[in-house]
Design a protein around this ligand. Structure first.
Ligand code: XLS
Ligand code: NI
Ligand code: NI
Length: 438
């Protein structure tokens, strides 16, 4: 068996004092936290597209990283080499899942029938490697944004013909997800949105997207897909207005169209901040609606207005994320590193440094979030804050027994409220720091 990353050993946990660039400092897969192993709390996934396809090309320059894996790019030999390289990468890191778009796996042919044949061939290879290694599929998806035919959208397209190609791609991607035993199926609305109302019928487009999703659910269930469908909200890029702006918007859409029983959210950190929210806000909104499914673990750059898809290094953010995840009782999905190296970090070694950074950041986030929960001061503060609703008139309100007349009479009797209670934000921020940096 060919080894692609010869300079990189199997990555092991060595503890926080280790200076070995190829060791975990915090991610200790077997360590038990709040009754569960770290690797169970953190089912990490490798994103096929960033790890095995993206090579540093941007709007201003071509590839800086070599992802040819000693083959000619755009061939099936290359597609097969990516499978072997991808599994070597995951095995060396102890990553147990991967995520894919259809066209990450094989070069797209001119005829969809040939593309599908290639997909059958490559997924046979994938299945073999999965059996051999125990590595699993977290989720699959169809790329309905790269091909020029989708320039006006996929589910939101003006062309019935293009709509059929979108359906055909989803149908195939669902079949592949079932074949690979994927836990989820993602809809990220790459071109589902618009640039100007002057050429757009939003209502029509959104109804057509819902139709496509309904057909996908029906078909998926009919071929034995029992996992979750996910919407991955994003406010903009590539479109100026993306329909799945944020979790609240996507959840509203799903409820409106009766899709909420089959769908959950796949929340991406960088998309959250692009929407003007914190990552933890998006997680909380999903969780309180029973729709926290999976996470695209990355981070953005607050100085830049686009999806930079950086590997997570911000422990503060990872802690607040894991706080939400632990409080929600964990994810049904996992943590997909939808993240890529910076363009000048162009070697294989950099690839591994990036994953080590990301996995250590989430491990630290998990450790610290568990400590915050055990500390209990935040929970205690929130409980105390809403205390007035646990008895008397407050209790009547939340048990839906109060009337407007009664509440108004209560207010009139008091004449004036007591001093408003402090929100104590600075005190609470201090607690986070004291737990993070002890
Ligand atoms: C792009 C999205 C994409 C999805 C999968 O911004 O994050 O990578 O995760 O289509
Ligand atoms: Ni993204
Ligand atoms: Ni993503």
């Amino acid at each position: 068996m060919k080894e692609y990353f010869k300079n990189v050993p199997t990555i092991k946990y060595e503890g926080k004092d280790s200076k070995n660039p190829f060791a975990f400092k915090f991610y200790d897969a077997e360590k038990v936290i709040m009754g569960k192993k770290m690797k169970e709390h953190l089912p990490f996934a490798m994103a096929w597209w960033h790890t095995l396809c993206a090579s540093g090309t941007d709007m201003f320059g071509r590839d800086t990283a070599d992802k040819s894996f000693n083959t000619e790019k755009g061939t099936m030999a290359h597609a097969h080499a990516k499978v072997d390289a991808g599994f070597e990468c995951m095995q060396k890191l102890g990553i147990e899942y991967f995520c894919f778009h259809d066209v990450d796996l094989v070069p797209e042919a001119d005829d969809i029938k040939e593309t599908n044949r290639r997909l059958d061939e490559i997924t046979d290879h994938l299945l073999e490697k999965m059996k051999e290694t125990g590595i699993k599929c977290l989720w699959g998806t169809a790329n309905m944004f790269s091909n020029p035919r989708f320039m006006n959208g996929a589910g939101s397209t003006n062309s019935a013909e293009v709509y059929c190609f979108a359906a055909a791609q989803i149908k195939k991607a669902l079949e592949l997800t079932v074949k690979l035993g994927g836990k989820g199926y993602v809809f990220w609305g790459g071109r589902e949105g618009y640039e100007t109302l002057l050429n757009t019928d939003i209502k029509f487009e959104q109804e057509n997207i819902a139709r496509l999703m309904k057909m996908a659910v029906n078909y998926g269930r009919s071929i034995g897909f029992t996992g979750d469908f996910y919407i991955e909200p994003k406010p903009k890029e590539p479109m100026k207005h993306q329909y799945d702006f944020d979790a609240a918007t996507a959840i509203g859409f799903l409820k409106q169209h009766g899709l909420d029983k089959d769908f959950k959210m796949n929340i991406e950190a960088n998309h959250a901040t692009l929407a003007g929210h914190t990552f933890e806000h998006e997680l909380r909104i999903s969780a309180i609606n029973g729709m926290l499914g999976s996470i695209d673990a990355n981070q953005g750059d607050y100085l830049l207005g686009w999806d930079t898809d950086e590997f997570p290094s911000d422990v503060y953010s990872a802690t607040l994320c894991m706080y939400e995840v632990l409080k929600a009782g964990g994810l049904t999905g996992g943590f997909n590193f939808d993240a890529k190296n910076r363009r000048p970090s162009n070697t294989y070694e950099d690839m591994f440094h990036a994953f080590i950074l990301g996995m250590d950041t989430y491990a630290l986030g998990l450790i610290k979030a568990a400590e915050l929960i055990e500390d209990g001061r935040i929970d205690a503060f929130i409980e105390e804050k809403y205390n007035s609703f646990t008895h008397g008139i407050g209790k009547k309100i939340v048990s839906n027994e109060a009337t407007f007349e009664e509440l108004a009479a209560y207010a009139e009797e008091l004449g004036q409220t007591k001093e408003p209670q402090s929100g104590r934000q600075e005190y609470l921020n201090g607690i986070i720091n004291s737990v993070l940096f002890r």
